[in-house]
Write a new protein. Structure first.
Length: 90
């Protein structure tokens, strides 16, 4: 990673969002930037699951093919599984 200052304060979510909304990520070529999302800000709740290592490998492989993170893939699959089939009362 190059040692230069970022054109935004990485601890200021509004500043980061504004910069990315108005600039190309190509401007950060060669930089290492990690962006995290506060789960409380999204309204999502955190859970812990214990998975068989083979299931975890498969989940990561599926996510990689889709170009998304494995936790996002897990959430998508869970949402699909939780859809109520027609004819079943809640």
């Amino acid at each position: 990673m190059k040692n230069r200052s970022l054109p935004f304060d990485p601890d200021n979510d509004d500043e980061v969002a504004a910069w990315f909304a108005n600039n190309s990520t190509a401007e950060l070529a060669g930089e290492s930037v990690k962006v995290t999302v506060d789960p409380e800000a999204t309204g999502l709740q955190t859970i812990t699951l214990r998975l068989d290592p083979q299931d975890m490998d498969r989940l990561k492989m599926m996510a990689a093919k889709a170009g998304i993170g494995y936790t996002t893939m897990a959430r998508i699959l869970l949402q699909r599984g939780l859809q109520i089939p027609p004819g079943i009362a809640t």
